[in-house]
Design a binder for this molecule. Structure first.
Ligand code: M6R
Length: 614
């Protein structure tokens, strides 16, 4: 969703801001803008803060920014509209009436109407339809020569969520940022400082960062930064070192990020497993669970809270917990759980699963569980993200930055984390040492299995070309592959805009089979266990009604090959690990369909990478 970047230092601010916004493009946005405090000696301009905003892509903004734009401090923003239409005026930054205060804002100001009325009575004229503009006018109204103090006074009157960056023309080189519910990171450079909603925007300049907490305000100048709370108590900063390399956020020869991320999975899964498998004892080692063996042993049930693809990973995880660790487990949509007045029972272990670690639904559901005394472990990718920091412990999945809106490599790394946690729990209950070692051997083989499956690329592309113009698809699976069917349908709809449903294969006769016609292809995920024959029966039912069938099944499955119109043979493996070999073809299928239809694969319409509003 919206992104923030701020820069103060010796370099040309406009160039750094536009480049930073480009790095934030993946989050999803509909307009972008920058505000730069021109240098005094540059003279020329009418107003000391120059504002450039454009509806549409960053490329539009880039065209509008003069190459020689002067100024060494500025703030920029990518907007994902909530209040008001998508247009240049509603885009951020917003200025106050004098043009001296510029702000960018992520989040939602709930009481903006009453503040707006109060300011209008004092003669302030608003020009946008946004909730955010009120911040600029309020700061200007409260300004008495000290920007940090004015921002704090304004924040005292705001209700809602925010990550903000603010400048004042009379304080060149200073930017004030604040956070409440919307991430903000300080980047500490050499004679320069940055602010951003996401470290990817500053990775080209520094890896030394401070993640702000809710209620904290930071004031940066090229040489220094100071963090304090709203009552002006100074806060000791905890400086972290970002481990991501700049290359990880480049396309590195791939046509888009999604393609790159799909093909990175052998390595990203390896990273998720690395250093955690204890082959000697047939179990796993985790650093950050923050639970003693006794506490783990006392766990009687598991609940997973998540959204979208992370929820699908949770569904696989729950299948594993129940079938392997023999613990009852349920994966819940965070947006549903939070408002259901959930019962939080003792001896229950909660997992909040989130690639970004910033998804509002998951975050608020987690806080609700914690408020009721529940313990929540995070399974997150982004280090230092809010869920990672506020959870009671957890596991980082180490996929590296995931830029494409459609989640792929984070999903398989989340799966890897669930396999590890399941093994840890199973080994505490009734799994033997010998079985534990075998389980780990299977897990260790997963990156290579995934690598082999990726070799099906050309075959899958041909099949995708054949079906890409269909209007509806069914993805069908059973058991541990049912969530993979749902994931396949989600991938296809979000990047190709083709309607698709993920269904339990055994359920189609209870309704969805009415949809079957020669125009509605079904993608079957055929397991190699006791559910294989039942899945084949469903395939035959579809074929009997004239529905085209694409079957993803283990290599050498002649029966499946003879029934299906198209067959995608995945490498053989233990049925418990088939989610890994089955998800690759559905990711590739969605990707190639989107390509065939000429879609914007990395930034599909209406979607944002990190959904930070409810
Ligand atoms: O960052 P999160 O994992 O919490 O995100 C949850 C969903 O918004 C996300 O998985 C979404 O469904 C993706 N676009 C799926 O590809």
């Amino acid at each position: 969703m919206c992104g923030i970047v701020g820069y103060t230092g010796p370099k040309q601010a406009s160039r750094i801001l536009v480049e930073g916004l480009k790095r934030l493009e993946y989050r999803g946005y509909d307009s972008a803008g920058i505000a730069v405090r021109e240098d005094d000696e540059a003279g020329g301009s009418q107003k000391p803060i120059v504002l450039i905003k454009k509806q549409g892509k960053i490329a539009e903004l880039r065209k509008a920014v003069p190459k020689d734009m002067a100024g060494h401090a500025g703030i920029g923003h990518t907007r994902w509209a909530t209040h008001g239409a998508v247009n240049d005026i509603n885009a951020h930054p917003h200025l106050d009436a004098s043009g001296k205060v510029a702000i960018v804002h992520n989040g939602i100001i709930e009481n903006y109407m009453s503040l707006k009325e109060m300011l209008e009575k004092k003669g302030v004229v608003f020009i946008s339809e946004t909730d955010s503009e009120v911040i600029a006018h309020l700061v200007a109204y409260l300004y008495r020569g000290d920007l940090e103090a004015a921002v704090k006074a304004a924040l005292g009157q705001l209700k809602g969520t925010y990550g903000i960056a603010v400048m004042h023309a009379d304080e060149p080189g200073r930017i004030v940022g604040a956070r409440n519910g919307s991430p903000l990171v300080v980047g500490i450079g050499d004679g320069e400082m940055l602010l951003a909603s996401d470290v990817t925007a500053m990775l080209a300049h520094t890896k030394r960062v401070v993640y702000l907490n809710d209620g904290e305000v930071v004031s940066i100048t090229p040489a220094d930064f100071r963090i304090s709370d709203l009552s002006d108590q100074a806060i000791d900063p905890k400086i972290d070192l970002v481990t991501w390399e700049l290359g990880a956020i480049e396309k590195e020869g791939f046509s888009c990020y999604m393609e790159k991320e799909i093909f990175e999975q052998p390595e990203s899964i390896e990273r998720a497993l690395s250093g955690r498998m204890d082959m000697e004892y047939g179990t796993v080692k985790f650093g950050g669970l923050n639970l003693s063996k006794k506490e783990l042993l006392a766990i009687q049930r598991v609940r997973v809270i998540a959204a979208g693809t992370s929820w699908h990973a949770g569904l696989v995880g729950c299948h594993l917990f129940e079938s392997i660790a023999r613990l009852p487990a349920v994966s819940e949509l965070a947006s549903e759980l939070r408002y259901r007045n959930p019962v939080v029972e003792p001896e229950t272990l909660y997992f909040a699963v989130s690639q970004s670690g910033e998804t509002a639904d998951t975050l608020y559901a987690m806080r609700e569980i914690q408020r009721r005394g529940g313990s929540v472990l995070g399974i997150c990718n982004v280090v230092g993200s809010t869920i990672a920091r506020e959870s009671d412990g957890g596991v980082y999945v180490h996929s590296g930055p995931e830029i494409a809106v459609a989640s792929t490599k984070a999903f398989t790394s989340q799966l890897a984390a669930f396999y590890l946690v399941t093994l840890a729990m199973a080994r505490m209950h009734d799994m033997s040492h010998h079985e534990g070692v075998r389980f780990l051997e299977n897990l260790k083989a997963v990156p290579e299995l995934v690598r082999k499956t990726l070799g099906l690329r050309d075959h899958i592309q041909k099949i995708a070309k054949k079906y890409a113009h269909a209007k509806d698809f069914l993805f069908l699976g059973r058991g541990i592959l049912y969530p993979i069917a749902m994931e396949g349908a989600l991938k296809l709809k979000e990047i190709s805009y083709i309607h698709a449903e993920g269904y339990a294969a055994g359920e189609i006769k209870h309704g969805p089979i009415a949809l079957i016609s020669p125009d509605t292809p079904s993608i079957f995920l055929v397991p190699n266990d006791h559910l294989r024959e039942k899945t084949i029966t469903s395939m035959k039912e579809i074929k009997a009604r004239g529905g085209p069938v694409v079957a993803i099944a283990e290599e050498g499955d002649e029966l499946v090959a003879s029934i299906a119109d198209d067959y995608i043979p995945v490498p053989k493996c233990d049925a418990r690990f088939q989610p890994f070999t089955m998800v690759i073809p559905v990711q590739l299928f969605a990707y190639f369909c989107a390509l065939e239809l000429g879609r914007d694969v990395d930034q599909p319409r209406n979607l944002a990478k990190s959904v930070t509003v409810e």
